[in-house]
Design a protein around this ligand. Structure first.
Ligand code: HEC
Length: 278
C-alpha cells in the first residue's frame, strides 16, 4: 500500500509537469513557455536564449567576460574557409545551400521526401556525400567549424519550426520527441523534464539547472568542460550519460525527433549561436 501511494504521488508529480498527451504542438508550446514565464517572472522571455545565465547572476558575469573574447571564433573562421573552398568535384556547400550560410533557422524541418526530420548537420553531410566527400563526425571535429560559421551567419533569425498539418508522420515524429523528453531513464530514473522543467533554477553539483526554453538557439556551443565546440547532439549524449542512461546515436532518429520537439518549444526566439558555456 505504501509503495502504491508513493508510486501514485510520483506519477502525479511527473504528470503535473508534463504536457497533455493530445495537445497540438502549438498548445504544447504555449504551456511550455508560460511555465518558465511564471517560474521566472523577472526574466524577459527573449533572455532565455542565454540558458542558465538567464537566471544565474554569478554565472552570467563570468560568461559575459568570456564572450568578450569568444572562444568559438577560431572555429567560425575555419568554418568560413570550409564554406568557401570547393569540394574535389569543383562544387561546394554554396550549391547545396543556395540561400547562403545563414539558414540555421530553417532547421530542423520535416523532410517530406525522406519522411524524416532533417537537421542542419545531417543536411551538411548529405551535401558532402552527394558530392563524393566523406561525411563528418556528428559530435566532435570539423562539423563544428562549419556549424559555427553557419550559426553566426544565422544570428538574429527567428526559430520557426513547422509541423505540417497534413502529414501524420511529421506529427508522429514530433510526438516521439515529446515523449522522449518526458520519459524517465537511466539508473537515476530522471527525464529531461525533471532537470530542465521542474528543477530549473536548482543547483546540481556546481551547476544551476537551466530552463529548457531557448535550449536550441545557440548551437554549436563552446564548452569549457569540453575545451572545444560541440554539437547539440553531443550535449544530449552528455545529459543522457549524467543519469547513467545509455545515450542514443547522434543524428539517429531519437535525437532528431527530440530536437524537432525541443526546437519547436523555442519558436519565436532568436538564434544566438555559436554559444559559450561552462
Ligand atoms: C540530472 C539532471 C539532467 C537531466 C536529466 C538532463 N540534463 Fe540537460 N543539463 C543538465 C545540466 C546540469 C546542464 C548544464 C547547466 C544548464 O545549462 O542547465 C544541462 C545542459 C543541457 C543543455 C545545454 C543548455 C545550454 O544552455 O547550452 C541542453 C540542450 C540539455 N541539457 C538538454 C537535455 C535533454 C534533451 C535532456 C534529456 C535527454 C537532458 N538535458 C537531461 C542536467 C540535466
Amino acid at each position: 500500500m505504501k509503495k502504491l501511494l508513493l508510486l501514485l504521488s510520483v506519477l502525479v508529480m511527473v504528470m503535473g509537469f508534463s504536457l497533455a498527451v493530445h495537445a497540438s504542438p502549438e498548445e504544447d508550446r504555449l504551456v511550455f513557455r508560460k511555465f518558465y514565464e511564471k517560474r521566472f517572472p523577472n526574466v524577459a522571455t527573449e533572455d532565455f536564449i542565454n540558458g542558465a545565465y538567464s537566471i544565474d547572476k554569478a554565472g552570467r558575469e563570468n560568461w559575459e567576460a568570456i564572450e568578450e573574447f569568444p572562444p568559438y571564433e577560431p572555429f567560425m573562421e575555419r568554418g568560413r574557409e570550409m564554406w568557401e573552398k570547393p569540394f574535389a568535384n569543383g562544387k561546394g556547400y554554396k550549391e547545396c545551400f543556395p540561400d547562403g550560410p545563414g539558414v540555421a533557422h530553417k532547421y530542423p524541418h520535416w523532410d517530406k521526401k525522406q519522411q524524416m526530420v532533417m537537421t542542419l548537420p545531417l543536411a551538411i553531410n548529405q551535401c558532402r556525400e552527394a558530392n563524393g566527400e566523406k561525411a563528418l563526425k556528428y559530435k566532435k571535429g570539423s562539423i563544428n567549424d562549419i556549424l559555427s560559421y553557419m550559426a553566426f551567419e544565422s544570428r538574429g533569425q527567428i526559430t520557426n519550426v513547422v509541423v505540417p498539418k497534413n502529414d501524420s508522420s511529421a506529427l508522429d515524429a514530433y510526438e516521439q520527441g515529446k515523449k522522449f523528453y518526458y520519459t524517465r531513464r537511466g539508473q537515476l530514473n530522471f527525464s529531461c523534464a525533471h532537470c530542465h522543467l521542474q528543477n530549473a533554477g536548482m543547483n546540481l553539483r556546481a551547476e544551476m539547472l537551466g530552463p529548457a526554453l531557448g535550449h536550441t538557439t545557440h548551437w554549436p556551443t563552446y564548452r569549457s568542460k569540453w575545451g572545444t565546440v560541440g554539437t547539440l547532439h553531443r550535449r544530449f549524449t552528455g545529459c543522457n550519460k549524467q543519469v547513467r542512461a545509455k545515450p542514443f546515436k547522434a543524428q539517429g532518429e531519437e535525437y532528431r525527433n527530440l530536437e524537432y520537439f525541443l526546437t519547436y518549444m523555442s519558436n519565436g526566439l532568436p538564434l544566438n549561436g555559436p554559444g559559450a558555456r561552462k
